[in-house]
Design a protein around this ligand. Structure first.
Ligand SMILES: Cc1cc2nc3c(=O)[nH]c(=O)nc-3n(C[C@H](O)[C@H](O)[C@H](O)COP(=O)(O)OP(=O)(O)OC[C@H]3O[C@@H](n4cnc5c(N)ncnc54)[C@H](O)[C@@H]3O)c2cc1C
Length: 634
């Protein structure tokens, strides 16, 4: 049994069993405290298993003189300077150690013939820095950490509540978070749980974009929205990453990892959009490799926001989409087939299965799709003035603005600013989980009250409130279908709050989201059964997603500039074509860019009000890599 605080055994709840939640759990139990771990399904199936391409860490096994400093610079510039830099420094410093820990957990990283850790190239960087396990890296990492958590589960230190959904937070009279309400997705039992600290590690929110997302059906962001409505801040939600290379499908889109380009895949379109020939018969001279043409320095491995907009320009502005449609080619056919199978086998299988053609012999057809939320729950950190990184002993790290409530993994906004670099998210999910766990331990040690002292009625009351919401939905005769509402939401977000934005359309989006929200109050479920009723959970998630869409749209409407994934052409400030430092035109541009940063290099904060999200801004710590040099991938 763990140790006592205030003469009691403090309780901790972690919600989410992906990489973020598992690392958090591990660190808390290692410190001697017990954890109750909640997940929508078996922890081992959490969405982290879908990650394909790899995880970044400076190991420099290719002898490219890579450095932690360069990893920091790439991450900061990749994110358009919008992320606080102390947490980035600490993350990049700790990355090699994390990889070694994963290895000791048994993760089978791909290796070179000499037995060294193999590394691949990813977007937005010049050095090979991405460790990988074929093209199923997330699965291997998850299994490694999951096994460690199971060890503690067997010792009785971790209690899993799988197939339970988090619904709301419970507070004491001082507004400290002291527990949660969750419901059993099989029996529909709604119950209050005590806790002295709660960690939200519930992953991404891509489902807000409906079918046009690479995320799984569990990535709704509903948990974050529930915390938001109870007072937690959201930050930078307008920065939603579209991944340039997703395979379109009727049901959803599926990611074709950036690793495909890192391994030498090339993106192109026929120069003649009416060219209906088999792509393999189109000669080189009649192909347009637009990324290589527009960004000769980085070519196909420019960061995702840049690649997405280039595809958008090629397809929507130059009307060069394959067959006149929303498609470009991602071509692996010129590469050594054995090499491609070894490195990318897992994604080749996905493409063959869902498209029916073999990427070894025919270019893949791809288009951008909603992929990763850079924004999320606002979290704090404490800077260590000695190192410039974070103070690991602080209970402020990964704390939300609600005392006792923490966040880790993709649901927090911490590390990626305006655009995430590929393979930095498995890293941030693992690192943030670790730090959040340590921070919770520090928080517990300073506890001034204990959840055990609170009256049972507090927990029963909050559970009853949530039960009533379920009962109302189960007995509702409303005419709105949650599946239709979700489809409407996805279409609205994809077309109006997507890759390219403008204020008139965003105003319309905000208005239509209010209408959707109103309609969502009249949901009728086709299923009123009281066992394993999936429509009930889904309907509640749809209601949350609509409100989350409103926060994203409102934040996007408020930010009148272009930065990373947030692109409003009316406010674009492009580098003058063909101009480089030293040129007076470039100097003029640079001065305008700095002026723009004075206004907009700020974190967006959203707070819940009855009248919709209230938006304010806070400064960003840019002390390590000051914003002197604009991103330039030409
Ligand atoms: C297809 C794909 C490929 C990717 N490839 C890479 C890659 O190669 N490299 C990289 O760095 N990043 C990659 N990413 C991103 C990366 O995988 C994720 O950002 C990261 O794994 C998220 O981890 P997480 O722990 O935050 O969340 P998840 O792994 O999504 O876990 C979320 C957990 O929260 C639980 N949960 C959610 N809501 C509730 C609720 N209301 N109540 C209870 N439990 C709840 C779920 O059950 C789950 O256990 C990829 C993402 C996708 C979609």
């Amino acid at each position: 049994m763990g140790f006592r605080v205030l003469n009691k055994y403090p309780r901790v709840i972690v919600i989410g069993g992906g990489l973020g939640g598992l690392w958090t759990t591990l660190k808390i139990v290692e410190a001697g405290f017990n954890v109750e771990l909640f997940s929508l399904f078996e922890v081992k199936r959490s969405h982290s298993v879908c990650a394909q391409g790899g995880i970044n860490a400076v190991l420099d096994s290719k002898g490219q003189r890579d450095s932690v400093r360069q990893h920091v610079i790439d991450t900061v510039k990749g994110g358009s300077y919008l992320a606080n830099q102390p947490p980035i420094l600490s993350m990049c410093e700790e990355a090699p150690g994390l990889i070694r820990t994963f290895e000791r957990m048994g993760v089978t990283f791909s290796r070179t013939a000499e037995g060294l850790m193999d590394l691949r190239l990813f977007g937005g960087v010049k050095n090979k820095r991405t460790c990988f396990a074929g093209a199923s890296t997330g699965q291997q990492l998850m299994y490694g950490v999951d096994e460690q958590v199971r060890r503690y589960e067997a010792l009785g230190k971790v209690q899993k509540h799988e197939w339970w959904e988090f619904l709301s937070l419970i507070f004491d009279s001082k507004q400290y978070c002291k527990g949660i309400v969750a419901f059993d997705l099989r029996s529909l039992e709604v119950k209050g749980f005590r806790a002295d600290a709660v960690v939200i590690a519930t992953g991404g929110m891509g489902q807000v974009y409906g079918r046009r997302t690479t995320n799984s059906t569990s990535s709704t962001g509903a948990a974050a929205m529930r915390c938001f409505r109870q007072g937690a801040r959201l930050a930078n939600t307008e920065f939603f990453q579209f991944h340039p290379t997703a395979m379109l499908g009727d049901d959803k889109t599926r990611l074709m990892s950036e690793a495909a380009r890192g391994e030498g895949g090339r993106i192109w379109v026929p120069k003649n959009p009416r060219d209906t020939r088999d792509p393999l018969t189109i000669p080189e001279s009649e192909r347009f490799y637009f990324l290589e043409d527009w960004y000769p320095s980085y070519g196909n491995t420019v960061p995702r926001d840049i690649a997405c907009r280039a595809i958008w320009k090629a397809v929507r502005e130059l009307e060069l989409g394959v067959g006149g449609m929303d498609k470009v080619y991602l071509d692996l056919t010129h590469l050594d087939k054995k090499h491609v199978v070894t490195r990318l086998g897992a994604i080749l299988d996905i493409y063959r299965k869902f498209h029916g053609t073999d990427p070894l012999h025919r270019p893949m057809e791809i288009f951008p799709s909603a992929h990763y939320a850079m924004g999320g729950l606002w979290i704090d950190y404490e800077k260590d003035p000695q190192t410039g990184g974070i103070n690991y002993a602080s209970s402020r790290n990964h704390a939300t603005n609600i005392p006792g409530l923490y966040a880790s993994g993709e649901c927090d906004y911490g590390y990626h600013g305006a655009n995430r670099l590929g393979a930095n998210s498995l890293l941030s999910a693992s690192f943030s989980g670790r730090v959040a766990g340590e921070s919770v331990v520090a928080y517990l040690q300073g506890l001034e009250s204990c959840c055990e002292e609170l009256p049972p009625a507090l927990y029963a009351r909050e559970a009853e409130r949530e039960r009533e919401i379920n009962d109302r939905l189960l007995s509702s005769t409303g005419k709105e279908n949650p599946y239709r509402l979700h489809e409407n939401l996805g279409n609205l977000m994809t077309t109006k709050v997507g890759v390219v934005r403008d204020n008139t359309t965003l105003d319309l989006a905000c208005k239509q989201l209010r209408e959707l929200e109103e309609r969502s109050q009249r949901i009728g479920l086709g299923d009123s059964s009281s066992w394993s009723n999936q429509s009930l959970a889904y309907a509640r998630q749809v209601q949350e997603m609509i409100q989350l869409g409103a926060v994203i749209a409102r934040s996007a409407r408020a930010r009148d500039e272009c930065r990373g994934a947030h692109y409003k052409p009316a406010y674009d400030l492009p580098i003058p074509e063909g101009k480089f430092p030293g040129d007076p035109e470039y100097a003029d541009y640079l001065s305008k860019w700095k002026t723009k940063n004075e206004r907009w290099l700020k974190t967006t904060l959203a707070e819940y009000t009855e009248d919709g999200p209230a938006i304010t801004y806070e400064p960003v710590d840019t002390t390590l890599v000051p914003p002197e040099h604009p991103r330039d991938y030409r």
